[in-house]
Design a protein. Sequence first.
Length: 107
Amino acid sequence: MAETGVTEFFESLQGRLAQSASKLAGMNCIYQFRVGDAIYNVTLTDGVGGVAKGEAPTPNCTITMADADFLALVSGKLNGQMAFMTGKLKIAGDFGLALKLETLLKA
């Protein structure tokens, strides 16, 4: 992964989601990411993904992480389950969607 920061990751995510529509088919939800001081939301509707900066009005699942931990997670250096169990990853909302998070982030 060529991204060096959180902003770059989310800026490139839109294009990667478009290329992975088949993996996202049937998902209709809003993920909200609170990474450090930044807030992003990812809306998935029948295989189509949208990425925006800022709060989502009604997120289904909110993920909260520090910048460095998030970048380690998306680069594969940090295991999601371990991050959750050690308090580096906090989840609010639908835990079932949180389990599908790897599909979204590795898109």
